[in-house]
Write a protein that binds this ligand. Structure first.
Ligand SMILES: C[S@@+](CC[C@H](N)C(=O)[O-])C[C@H]1O[C@@H](n2cnc3c(N)ncnc32)[C@H](O)[C@@H]1O
Length: 278
């Protein structure tokens, strides 16, 4: 896939891309992830209400000094990078999918690359964010270390997480049908734990509930698969129905509540230098 829109995408073709597996359980590779998001790219922003939610965008791009260098990792169409650009920052969007990068607005530097090996020098940006990208990375630890390595001041991570680790079967079934590129499943508070484990100082950790709808996320699936997803929602045990507040809207849709975890963490002086460049 190539982009017709200017400016040009800085691309880092990685010959190892198609060889990187995610543990061999489901055959996902970085190349299959890229192809999957290339296919989703044109309708991506319509798939869920959180994508353009201004409150969530503000939470991840503020505070931010004018002129800051801002990196959006697993940027998709670059909604956060674009918000940083609007705030007078130098914004970079990094993603493995060229289809997604084609949607990134003019003025944002677009880099085609992978989170596991960010093609930037150490400490070359001030603030990095990653929203809903860590679900898909091949190597979570490596990706987080890379984000820390390239950042000077702060990293901000936000993800939908399970209400409880016990819900993993529900999410695995959901991912198999709806988001087959998914590699990671986070329990409540786990992202914070990961960042603390890397030696970062937590500035803010919050979680909130977001009411969402199933129909937009399954619109692009074939009818048989849509039916299987609807059956999955209709057959959940009472514990899951209660936690996720699952309500049937009509025969083609369900409303439910997901948990978001958002963590802002400061990089202590000297730390990013200690992390080895990959
Ligand atoms: C659910 S989308 C999130 C997009 C954006 N961050 C947002 O919040 O709207 C996940 C994005 O991660 C990208 N991605 C997945 N694995 C990646 C990797 N290992 N390196 C870089 N990008 C990756 C996908 O191409 C996709 O655009």
């Amino acid at each position: 896939m190539s982009c017709s829109a200017e400016p040009a995408v800085i691309s880092f073709p990685d010959t190892k891309l198609s060889g990187v597996s995610h543990g061999g359980t489901n055959g996902i590779t970085l190349a299959s992830t890229r192809d999957y998001f290339d296919r989703r790219a044109s309708d991506y922003v319509l798939e869920a209400s959180w994508i353009k939610d201004q409150g969530l965008i503000d939470l991840l791009v503020e505070p931010l000094d004018r002129g800051s260098r801002f990196l959006d990792v697993c940027a998709g169409p670059g909604i956060l990078a674009s918000a940083a650009l609007d705030r007078g920052c130098d914004a970079i969007a990094l993603d493995v999918s060229m289809g997604m990068l084609c949607q990134v607005p003019r003025g944002v530097t677009r880099v085609c690359g992978k989170a596991e090996r960010i093609p930037l020098r150490g400490k070359s940006v001030d603030v990095s964010v990653c929203r809903q990208g860590l679900h898909y990375v091949a190597d979570l630890d490596l990706s987080l270390r890379e984000i820390v390595r390239v950042s000077c001041l702060e990293i901000r991570v936000a993800n939908v997480v399970m209400w409880s680790r016990r819900d993993i079967e529900f999410w695995r079934d959901y991912a198999r049908l709806v988001t087959p590129a998914r590699t990671q499943y986070f329990g409540p508070g786990e992202l914070q734990g990961r960042l603390e484990g890397l030696g970062l100082e937590i500035i803010e950790a919050r979680h909130f509930s977001h009411r969402t709808r199933l129909a937009p996320s399954i619109r692009g699936l074939d009818p048989a698969r849509q039916k299987r997803v609807l059956r999955l929602f209709s057959s959940q045990p009472a514990r899951i129905v209660r936690s996720y507040e699952i309500d049937q809207v009509d025969e083609t849709d369900y409303a439910y509540s997901v948990r978001w975890d958002m963590v802002r963490a400061r990089i202590p002086e000297g730390l990013s230098g200690e992390l080895p460049a990959i």
